[in-house]
Structures are given as structure tokens and as C-alpha cells.
Design a protein around this ligand. Structure first.
Ligand code: SF4
Length: 429
């Protein structure tokens, strides 16, 4: 089988789940060559229009060059919102499996033209077989779906309502991953810091701070990372646990989306510019070397020149270590789909450029200040140019000259040269 994964870390984890089920229950083995595969899967993303357009051109190529008798399956978020339309537009597709129905992968394999896209289907307590693409870190879902209603976002329509996965299942999965060698776990959810409010079974209500405390008790687990927390749920208890728990990595993704309180209201994000700045300041005060990353959408319907100035003001106050920025892409089945679009594409491009140029300037300044610093790096990746890379606790990508014997180790590194996305260093003996 060949699987192509588009989109976010949750899609990566869904792909690992499908691989595990297909390996264990159908004896499939993975290949990187789709032309020799008996099964071709594309795990799709719908967060913007571009990946959706890409889907049909890719399907055409797969169909033309696939092995005789090979099946093609479309999974993920675009499967959820397009459903039967995918088979109508690409009749050679064997089945369509929505992002909330991953556990049915071995079922649809044997049901020609199956379309399983129920976004209320509950697999929050499904015990998936185990498969990990990395032996050094383990992605672990802590919830499925999302209960928010951000007016620009299609996720609630493709991944359904938010249900937390029971804490005992999460701890078991983390303990198993650590026993197999992973020293870092990466917790996944649309709103991780809203964990514990709703379970499908009869489980006691809890919260994310409690989950982090319980996971920290796992021996041999060195690092806990997570994405994505929601700024609205960044209460003091959460930030204090983040700051004081030595196993929690000091990098925080705080999706801002817009710096304008007016636009945040139109987006139904549930917080204001002032709240976001207050939380970011508390984080920086409590954890001086914290890395804060963010998402920014420019040219959302109704955004004025004043509004984008607010976004730039937040960037100048917070000085994010990483910014993922995009032009607004109206999504089907969202409240904002029919909001009047008042911004022409040149203006939208100019606003995006201003955000990206400011970020690069801040990033270069920030990186330059790291020259000569020492970081403990967890090495995870080997390159064929004689370098090995890993991440610091605060999520800086650092590479050193070395070989695979460094993989899976925590080693102190002194920074000797600065790149925009990767820093280079020397091992300190
Ligand atoms: S919190 Fe908002 S942006 Fe994030 S997945 Fe949910 S609806 Fe989408």
C-alpha cells in the first residue's frame, strides 16, 4: 500500500492508524512507489481550497499509472465534506472514508464504492493497532473533533464534535510508546487545553493540566509536546503547569488568526487582542526562553487597514518565533462562506507580504541572538550529508556533524552558525 498524507499532524496520526490496521488485519506492507501498490490512499486536507484542487489532479495521475487491479481510496477531511461527489468526479475511486471514520478502513476495503463519512461516528475509544513512523517520538490523539464554531473553519464539519479520549487509554498508549523507545510524546487535538470536558463513555470530567501531570509520571518519558491549544482556554492553571513542569517542552503554539478584536469577533474566536497579549506576556514572563508560534489569516471578510495594523502590532509585541500565515480562503459549509468579500486579491497579497516580511525580520534578529548559546538537543533525524538534526526543548531545529549513533540521544550543543530555519552547532563533551 501507498499512502500520501496532506495537511496537519492529526492527519499524520490518522495515517499511522490506517497503516497499523491494514498491516495487522490485511497483511499490507507499505511502499513509497504508488505504481507497484495494490492499494493507494490519499489522506486529504480541506483547510484551504488549494489542497482540494490538488486532490483531483493527483487522483488522475494515480489512476493513469497505477498497477492493474489496484484500489484507490480517498480519506480525511475532503472525503468528509465532498463524500459521494468524489466518486462522481473520479469514478475509478474504490471508496471514500471520512476523517471521523478511520477505524473502518479494513471494512471499506471490501465494500466497492463505499462512502463512510458520518461526522458523528464515535471512535474516541477505538483501540487502534500500533504503528509509529518514528521510534523517537510518538504522536498521541487526546481528543477527536472540535466544538468551536470559528466562522472561517471547516474542521467541525469534517471532524465532527469534540470528544475527549479517556485518560487511561492515553496513558496506556504513552507508556507503550515509551517502552518501545520513544522519549518524547506529542499530544494532538483541535483544542488540547479544552481536554476532559466531554467523553463518550462514563468517565469523570477532568482537564488538560491533570492529564499533563499524570503523563509526567511515566518513567523514561523526557519530553511532552502538544498542539493545538486554544488561546481562549489559556487559564493561569494551564500556563503555570506549562511553566513549572520540567517534562513539558517550552514551546507553545498560540493560533492568533487576527490581531484585531473586531475581526476576532467576526471569526467567533472567543477572545480579544488584549486577552491574547495578556496570555502571551504571562507566558514570556514565566518562561523567558519560551518559543511561541502562531497562525495568522489575512484578508478575512471585512478586514480593514486598521485591522491589519492591529495584527502587526501584536507581532511587534509578541515577536513570535514562528508564524504560519495565509490569505483567507472561503470554505464551503462555513458561516463565513457567504460573508461579503470586500478585499481584492492584490490587497490580500500585499497584506500577506507585510506579515511575512515582518516575521522574517524578527526571526533573523531572534536567531542571531542564539549564536553561542547551548541547548540540549534530542536527535531524531539523520541526513545523508553527514549531519544529524533534532530539536531543543523550546523547539529550535539544530543540526550537528554526526552519524546515526546520535539518534535517540539528548546531547548538549553549542550554536556556531545561524540559518533561517535550522541552526548549526557543535557537540559539547
Ligand atoms: S478551534 Fe476553530 S479554527 Fe480550530 S479547528 Fe476548531 S473551529 Fe477550526
Amino acid at each position: 500500500m501507498f499512502i500520501e498524507t496532506l495537511g496537519c499532524a492529526m492527519n499524520e496520526r490518522d495515517t499511522e492508524h490506517m497503516l497499523a490496521e491494514l498491516k495487522e488485519k490485511e497483511n499490507y506492507i507499505a511502499t513509497n512507489d504508488f505504481k507497484s501498490a495494490d492499494l493507494i490512499l490519499i489522506n486529504t486536507c480541506s483547510v484551504r481550497e488549494k489542497p482540494v484542487a490538488k486532490l483531483f489532479s493527483e487522483l488522475g495521475i494515480f489512476n493513469k499509472k497505477k498497477k492493474d487491479g489496484a484500489k484507490i481510496g480517498v480519506c480525511g477531511c475532503t472525503a468528509s465534506h465532498l463524500g459521494h461527489e468524489i466518486i462522481k468526479r473520479a469514478p475509478y475511486v474504490s471508496f471514500v472514508l471520512g476523517a471521523r471514520n478511520i477505524s473502518k478502513i479494513t471494512e471499506v476495503l471490501h465494500k466497492p464504492k463505499a462512502v463512510e463519512i458520518d461526522i458523528n461516528y464515535d471512535e474516541s475509544e477505538f483501540a487502534f493497532k500500533d504503528f509509529r513512523s518514528s521510534k523517537y517520538k510518538a504522536y498521541i490523539n487526546i481528543s477527536i473533533g472540535c466544538d468551536k464554531s470559528c466562522t472561517f473553519c471547516i474542521v467541525p464539519k469534517t471532524r465532527g464534535d469534540e470528544i475527549s479520549i479517556p485518560m487511561n487509554l492515553i496513558i496506556d498508549e504513552a507508556t507503550r510508546a515509551v517502552s518501545l523507545g520513544a522519549k518524547e510524546i506529542f499530544l494532538l487535538g483541535q483544542n488540547v487545553n479544552n481536554y476532559g470536558h466531554r467523553f463518550s463513555g462514563n468517565h469523570e470530567k477532568t482537564n488538560f493540566t491533570k492529564l499533563l501531570q499524570e503523563l509526567s509520571k511515566i518513567d523514561d518519558l523526557r519530553r511532552i509536546r502538544f498542539t493545538s491549544p486554544h488561546p481562549f482556554h489559556m487559564d493561569d492553571e494551564f500556563i503555570e503547569e506549562f511553566a513549572t513542569n520540567p517534562k513539558i517542552c517550552k514551546s507553545m503554539h498560540m493560533p492568533l488568526q487576527s490581531g484585531s478584536t473586531k475581526v476576532l469577533k467576526d471569526m467567533k474566536r472567543g477572545y480579544t487582542k488584549e486577552w491574547f497579549l495578556n496570555r502571551a506576556k504571562k507566558l514570556r514572563d514565566m518562561v523567558p526562553d519560551v518559543s511561541i508560534s502562531t497562525d495568522i489569516i489575512v484578508a478575512f471578510a471585512g478586514e480593514s487597514d486598521e485591522d491589519i495594523k492591529d495584527t502587526i502590532d501584536v507581532m511587534n509585541q509578541v515577536k513570535f518565533e514562528q508564524v504560519f500565515s495565509f490569505k483567507y480562503s472561503p470554505r464551503p459549509q462555513t458561516e463565513a462562506e457567504f460573508f461579503p468579500n470586500t478585499i481584492d486579491s492584490d490587497t490580500a497579497s500585499a497584506r500577506l507580504t507585510s506579515i511575512q516580511e515582518l516575521h522574517i525580520k524578527q526571526l533573523d534578529e531572534n536567531n542571531a541572538s542564539k549564536l553561542g548559546n547551548t541547548y540540549t538537543v534530542y536527535f531524531e533525524e539523520l541526513y545523508n550529508d553527514g549531519f544529524v538534526s533534532g530539536r531543543s526543548d523550546n523547539n529550535i531545529v539544530i543540526k550537528v556533524k554526526g552519524s546515526e549513533e546520535l539518534l535517540g540521544k539528548f546531547i548538549d550543543v553549542k550554536i556556531t552558525s545561524i540559518g533561517r530555519t535550522v541552526l548549526t552547532g557543535e557537540i559539547i563533551n
